[in-house]
Design a binder for this molecule. Structure first.
Ligand SMILES: NC(=O)C[C@H](N)C(=O)O
Length: 333
């Protein structure tokens, strides 16, 4: 190890960045999560000039199979490593499908100011112009950079740096799929250097009240999606299956269709926490806008999309069942 360089640990979890296809032109219909972390590292020897890189295979899964249990395992490993003086930053290789969720989860439960960077790819490692190697190189540069300290969990793809809280996958297959359309990305990579232009305001990492160190499970929270002609069936089924919280991915400004409102209200009467969010993808869900949240005793998701609202509600429910307290958390993180 070069004592002048930062020590960066790559935690590999699988995904397309570790995927292989039948031919170099196979960019759909490939197999995710087949290549191990040492192979990923060996494919980018340039990294050894910018950091002392070590690798650990935490999981080997496609990210559509990411679970609450995986998150708890990953978060604990990140916190253990970052508590070590000889670890300066962490890169997590991850499938892109749920990457934004893992990033937001870690953003809320990592207890360190040291950089944590999530990275994936859209093309498998065997593809012509695979995007994994450059994405991994940039992620290691970022995790080794003093500029990345204290910024919360970051997502680094396609020469861009995004905040874990706000970024979302926006395209099924394109390499520029990770976007933060309205809030804006935090910075770029240029000439192999990370350049920051803004910082996140919402609290994260060391500033949060969440602690997963003694948790072995998270409360069950599910998402119910609304659309024209929607009925109460999905909501009733989720409540029947034991959900402790429900995220309503409402239409527009989080409106409650006439057949959904009584089902959600009945869920709340049974003690299920209900969060109003929107399927739209951008914008604020304000209290008492399209529904009387005070009367219904609902929480609003603020700017979180449904899948991220699910994460915050799960963590909130590890602390309290009080809607006012949970609403405060949605305005804080
Ligand atoms: N591009 C990708 O990584 C997609 C893959 N299904 C995954 O999330 O693991």
């Amino acid at each position: 190890a070069d004592p002048k360089l930062a020590n960066v640990t790559i935690l590999a979890t699988g995904g397309t960045i570790a995927g292989t296809g039948a031919t170099s032109t196979t960019t759909v219909g490939y197999t995710a999560a087949t290549v191990g972390v040492q192979t990923l590292i060996q494919a980018v020897p340039e990294m050894t000039k910018v950091a002392n890189v070590s690798g650990e295979q935490v999981f080997q899964i496609a990210s559509e199979n990411m679970s609450n249990e995986h998150w708890l395992t990953l978060a604990k490993r990140v916190n253990t490593l970052l508590a070590q003086k000889d670890v300066h930053g962490i890169v997590i290789t991850h499938g892109t499908d749920t990457l934004e969720e893992t990033a937001y989860f870690l953003n809320l439960v990592v207890k360190s100011k040291k950089p944590v960077v999530l990275v994936g790819s859209m093309r498998p490692s065997t593809a012509i112009s695979a995007d994994g190697p450059v994405n991994l190189y940039n992620a290691v540069v970022l995790a080794a950079s003093p500029d990345a300290v204290g910024r919360g969990v970051l997502v680094s793809m396609n020469d861009q740096i995004h905040a874990g809280r706000d970024v979302s996958k926006s395209n099924t297959t394109m390499v520029d799929t990770f976007r933060t359309p309205e809030m804006g990305m935090l910075g770029y990579f240029q000439g192999g250097k990370p350049l920051f232009y803004r910082q996140v305001v919402r609290k994260h990492t060391t500033e949060t009240e969440f602690d997963v160190s003694s948790l072995t499970a998270l409360p069950q929270v599910d998402v119910a999606y609304s659309y024209a002609n929607v009925g109460p069936t999905a909501i009733d089924a989720l409540v029947g299956a034991g959900a402790k919280g429900l995220i309503h991915a409402g239409v527009g400004n989080g409106s409650l269709p006439a057949k959904v409102r009584p089902a959600l209200s009945a869920a709340r009467a049974k003690g299920v926490l209900v969060v109003r969010s929107s399927r739209v993808g951008q914008g604020i869900l304000a209290r008492n806008g399209e529904a009387n949240d005070d009367e219904l005793d609902f929480v609003v998701a603020d700017t979180l999309n449904p899948q991220k609202a699910r994460i915050l509600l799960m963590l909130a429910l590890t602390k309290t069942n009080n809607t006012k307290e949970i609403q405060r958390m949605f305005y804080t993180y």
